[in-house]
Ligand binder design. Sequence first.
Ligand code: 5GP
Ligand code: ZN
Length: 143
Amino acid sequence: MKRDAKCIFCKIVAEEIPAAVVLADESLVAFLDIGPLAEGHLLIVPREHCERLTDMSAEMLASVVGKLPKLGRSLLAVSGADGFNLLVNQGKVAGQEVPHVHLHLIPRKAGDGLGYRWHPGSYRDDRARQLTEAYRTALAKDA
Ligand code: 5GP
Ligand code: ZN
């Protein structure tokens, strides 16, 4: 299994540095984020070192995502939250600081002040059709 000797999450996976681990199985480790956005904020990482979501195999991702319902239920029960956000930051521009894929599971409560600046735009003229074509072409090339 691939690992990076300098990676902080690989060190947590290998139990070389401590973390508040809530679940560990053959494919993932889930632990408390050291800088929580809300109490109970979890990080879920694949055991294997992989920098970006887009580098992961479908099998590797499936084994991580497959645990989300169970982890989500435990998060709701433990944190008393009414819901949660599932977040992946890919790339520095998106806020990725640790170059080992991780899923944030962030408890949400009414009025907690968390959330995105979410200002929806709209497509003019033919732009939505052009983008759809571009997506279909890119997806067909990546088959
Ligand atoms: P990113 O910005 O890369 O999406 O998120 C990295 C997250 O990892 C941050 O929320 C940060 O608080 C958390 N983090 C960084 N180093 C450690 C660590 O050594 N232990 C734990 N438990 N969390 C960490
Ligand atoms: Zn790593």
